[in-house]
Design a protein around this ligand. Structure first.
Ligand SMILES: [Zn+2]
Length: 223
């Protein structure tokens, strides 16, 4: 999970739909704007190029029970169906980090460990941070149904592939072979818009002594 810049003002259809009894929060202007603002990347698992995007409510509207949440532009997020489904559990009802207002990288550390992801939090007493970390871990490892076993595994394999791309380019920089093009490639691999950016950026920050020249590309947002 990385910081996302949400654009304003809110898509016009939201105010119109909010006046209706059974309004929609997913009209074309909302979809198009979310897709662009989130770079067609799931804000939870960070998989890119979604085939099954969902409009996700950060705080649930509970089938319209919370009307204000249902049409609130700042409560709408772009996620994949897999993550939306996992987050649709009462344990996440009280919310996770709002990555449009807070830089998640300031509070969460992302890494691969054994055959799973491991997310550590800066303050173990902070419930929002703990829930966010738990959710991200689940999206890579939840196997409570046959389909989830499959879709979690897809994300885990894509993450591994992306990390291997990163390691390969880092090695080129380390060896000094083709380092100029390697740095250019790394710069794009480390952009927040890229797939699984939080994991790649955490890794480069962890290896700051080896890659001082790359730290400028993994800087945190100003608070
Ligand atoms: Zn996802």
């Amino acid at each position: 999970m990385v910081k996302v810049e949400r654009s304003f003002p809110a898509p016009a259809s939201l105010a119109e739909e909010a006046k209706k009894v059974n309004g929609k929060y997913d009209r074309q202007d909302v979809i198009e704007r979310l897709r662009q603002d989130f770079h067609n990347k799931c804000y939870i698992c960070e998989m890119k190029g979604l085939q099954d995007p969902n409009v996700e409510h950060l705080l649930p509207h509970k089938s319209g029970k919370y009307q204000d949440r249902k049409y609130d532009w700042e409560n709408l997020f772009w996620s994949c169906g897999h993550c939306n489904g996992i987050k649709n559990s009462s344990k996440y009802d009280e919310g996770i980090i709002d990555c449009c207002n807070t830089d998640p990288e300031r509070y969460l550390h992302f890494r691969m460990e054994g055959s799973n992801v491991a997310i550590s939090v800066s303050d173990p007493k902070d419930e929002i941070l703990k829930r966010t970390a738990q959710l991200v871990v689940e999206t890579f490892s939840m196997k409570n149904t046959g389909m989830r076993t499959y879709t979690s595994d897809i994300r885990w394999k894509l993450l591994q592939k992306e990390m291997n791309l990163l390691y390969r380019q880092l090695e080129r920089v380390h060896n000094g072979s083709g380092s100029k093009t390697a740095v250019r490639t790394l710069r794009s691999l480390l952009r927040r818009e890229s797939a699984f950016a939080a994991f790649k950026r955490s890794y480069v920050r962890d290896h700051a002594a080896e890659y001082p020249e790359l730290q400028q590309y993994v800087a945190l947002e100003d608070q």
